[in-house]
Design a binder for this molecule. Sequence first.
Ligand SMILES: NC(=O)c1ccc[n+]([C@@H]2O[C@H](COP(=O)([O-])OP(=O)(O)OC[C@H]3O[C@@H](n4cnc5c(N)ncnc54)[C@H](O)[C@@H]3O)[C@@H](O)[C@H]2O)c1
Length: 253
Amino acid sequence: MGRLDGKVAHVTGASSGIGLATVERFVADGAVVVGSDLAAPDDFVGADFHECDVRDGERQQTVADAIVADHGRIDIVVTSAGVASGGPLHSLDVEEWQRCQDINLTGTMLSIRCALPTMIEQGSGSIITVASVEGIEGCEGGSTYNASKGGVILLTKNVACDYGPAGIRANAICPGFIDTPMLQSVLGEESDFRTAITNQHKLRRLGRAEELASVASFLASEDASFVSGVALPVDGGYTAGHSYGLAESFVKM
Ligand SMILES: NC(=O)c1ccc[n+]([C@@H]2O[C@H](COP(=O)([O-])OP(=O)(O)OC[C@H]3O[C@@H](n4cnc5c(N)ncnc54)[C@H](O)[C@@H]3O)[C@@H](O)[C@H]2O)c1
């Protein structure tokens, strides 16, 4: 028996990275998974796929309506659609700031909002947003992205506050740096910057998309039936504290 047997899930950003891994994990766990993204991946293993820009509220509503029409309910929403963005504030292009907020924060809000009436009617639902460790703490050059992800965390907590009485749980996953196409586009394959960031993770490695998908599966399942309003770092210890490279001398490598 699968952990998510009989559950109907919508995963945004389903064509790549964490979203794609979540689709695969949820299918393996028994869920009926509907994915959406700007374009479909080559081999989609879920039940249905819809092309949808998360900034388009009308299109998002059409997708949510189609899920209910085709599968009868929406038990789980995972909002993984997102973009990287960065740079110091004084030289920031305001249009780029807005693009990042529109996709990462407003897009997340719209994905949640479209599913809420169905979840309220059902009296149940699990919403899992993909925020970031960069929504919890600052980092060099991160103003644009970090503001969007900080917003996602508080939005998620507010959804937990407003819809808990209707049996709806909402939690944010805060990944550390995960080796996905997004990260590769920012860090490249090998660089001092990549090594420095890797070493901020106390496990001294980057995360894998599957390691986020397994936590999403837990939060979506009945195993997390009393977990709501949490911003959960899944970050190999990135946010545990500062790292100076001293720990290697304490333990046998
Ligand atoms: N990779 C990391 O290190 C990391 C760390 C923390 C948080 N995150 C977050 O995890 C989520 C997934 O990122 P990933 O690393 O898997 O990246 P990714 O680039 O592999 O996947 C992101 C997906 O979002 C889709 N997307 C982008 N803009 C969209 C839009 N307007 N409408 C619909 N879909 C859109 C892309 O097409 C892509 O398929 C993002 O929200 C990202 O901010 C990633």
